[in-house]
Design a protein around this ligand. Structure first.
Ligand SMILES: Cc1cc2nc3c(=O)[nH]c(=O)nc-3n(C[C@H](O)[C@H](O)[C@H](O)COP(=O)(O)OP(=O)(O)OC[C@H]3O[C@@H](n4cnc5c(N)ncnc54)[C@H](O)[C@@H]3O)c2cc1C
Length: 404
């Protein structure tokens, strides 16, 4: 294959690996380029590695044959060449950007050292390196502060608590996982963390991180209160890794703008996964990244009709271990005036199920502790088909385990 017809996939994460593998199956070999030292892995399962439940090998992805380890530092669109940090160049015919996300660092003075490295003891939670660094530092009794109470912060706090750390979680919003969950489900997550010994502070803004000799010593709250800390985890969200595209003059808004064929503003460059923005949405979730990779593989293999038209993404969190805890949320979990709500709660067992129906359509739901019905509900939601008018089957969807 000449370099001019070669497909190069930049980023060996979930989307890039899936795309390269699918292309291989469809007879379009691609060169996969990634900068992480480890074998490609399933990022979604990093918290399980941190919790000590899985070894890094268990979450490795089947890597395609053509994997090159390199950090790409620039795209020369005129010559269709990638520049690498080691001075080498990689020519492409079609380039796919699958560069993922960067962790968002909160604007705290103490984080910004002159040499742009995080102080000792402060960790992001995005990569296998972050995970192994944290894993090495955590010991029973270590004082850990997790900043951020979204999906990432909750997973990290739980994993550290399972490893015996004394964990404090500082959440700026008034409740945990407020983007995905309604207040009742948030309360169950809070209870689960508290049962594990995690101290949770909501409506709590962190003002600074204090260091001594380059290592973190405490975290200071907006009200002046200081928490002693040996370890700090930054779980303050992610932003699309779109810097290379932007520097090359490709259209970027929040993420790299793509159309239904996952084409960027340059016809020779496509984008998939966390770095891409499709129809106004940057998903930041695994399922859309994989769906985009599948649609693009079909398109690059010659299917003129392959389109990506969006994903109705379900958020699922499994906190496994002695006290397993499962939750799933999709769509709108808070009703608008006029919506119908069906809700079942069992405080003793810590289960909670709720669906929101607008007109005759399922628009959202949340399940905690009891996920037996999640597949049927997700299908009803994804299909967006009208629900039967008597409401009976809807209750059945929620209770097909007998409603216990
Ligand atoms: C701890 C954790 C838990 C998560 N849990 C869930 C969950 O429960 N459910 C869910 O749906 N999602 C979850 N996510 C999000 C999910 O992991 C992402 O949506 C998914 O990984 C996106 O895949 P991607 O391929 O677009 O990006 P990534 O998996 O981030 O891969 C991008 C790759 O590109 C590489 N790269 C970037 N720039 C360059 C460059 N210039 N040169 C070379 N290589 C480069 C990066 O190093 C990286 O390896 C979680 C994320 C984390 C961190």
């Amino acid at each position: 294959m000449t370099s001019n017809s070669r497909v190069v996939v930049l980023g060996a994460g979930l989307a890039g690996v899936r795309l390269a593998r699918r292309l291989g199956e469809l007879g379009v070999p691609a060169l996969l380029v990634g900068d992480e030292e480890h074998r490609p892995y399933n990022r979604v399962l990093l918290a399980e590695v941190l919790a000590g439940r899985y070894s890094p090998d268990v979450i490795a992805l089947p890597a395609p044959a053509g994997l090159v380890r390199a950090k790409v530092t620039g795209i020369d669109r005129d010559r269709r060449v990638l520049a690498c940090a080691d001075g080498s160049e990689i020519a492409y015919g079609t380039l796919v950007l699958a560069t993922g996300s960067n962790p968002v660092l909160p604007p705290l003075r103490g984080l910004f050292t002159p040499d742009h490295v995080l102080p000792e003891g402060v960790h992001a939670f995005r990569t296998m390196d972050d995970c192994l660094g944290l894993s090495k530092a955590v010991r029973p009794g270590v004082r850990a502060v997790v900043i951020g109470g979204g999906l990432l912060g909750v997973s990290a706090a739980r994993a550290l608590a399972v490893r015996g750390a004394q964990v404090v979680l500082a959440q700026q919003a008034e409740r945990l996982m407020e983007r995905q969950l309604d207040p009742n489900a948030s309360r169950l997550v809070l209870r689960h963390l508290k049962d594990l010994g995690v101290e949770v502070h909501t409506e709590c803004r962190v003002r600074d991180v204090r260091c001594l000799g380059g290592a973190v010593r405490s975290v200071e709250m907006a009200d002046g209160y200081a928490l002693d800390a040996d370890l700090v985890v930054l779980a303050c969200g992610v932003s699309p890794r779109a810097g290379l595209a932007k520097a090359a003059g490709i259209a970027v808004h929040k993420g790299i703008l793509v159309d239904d064929r996952l084409c960027t503003s340059d016809p020779h460059i496509r984008a998939v996964g966390d770095c891409a923005q499709h129809d106004g949405t940057v998903y930041g979730l695994a399922a859309p990244a994989l769906e985009q990779a599948d649609a693009l593989a079909a398109s690059l293999a010659g299917d003129p009709d392959s389109r990506y038209t969006g994903t109705r993404a379900l958020t699922r969190l499994t906190l496994a271990g002695n006290s397993a805890f499962d939750l799933a949320a999709f769509g709108e979990t808070e009703p608008r005036p006029g919506d119908d709500v069906v809700q079942l709660a069992d405080a003793t067992r810590g289960t909670y199920r709720k669906v929101v129906v607008r007109d005759d359509r399922l628009v959202g739901g949340v399940l905690v502790g009891e996920l037996g019905t999640v597949g049927a509900l997700a299908r009803a939601w994804e299909g967006a088909e009208p629900l039967p008018s008597d409401g009976g089957p809807l209750l059945h969807l929620l209770t097909n385990d007998g409603g216990t």
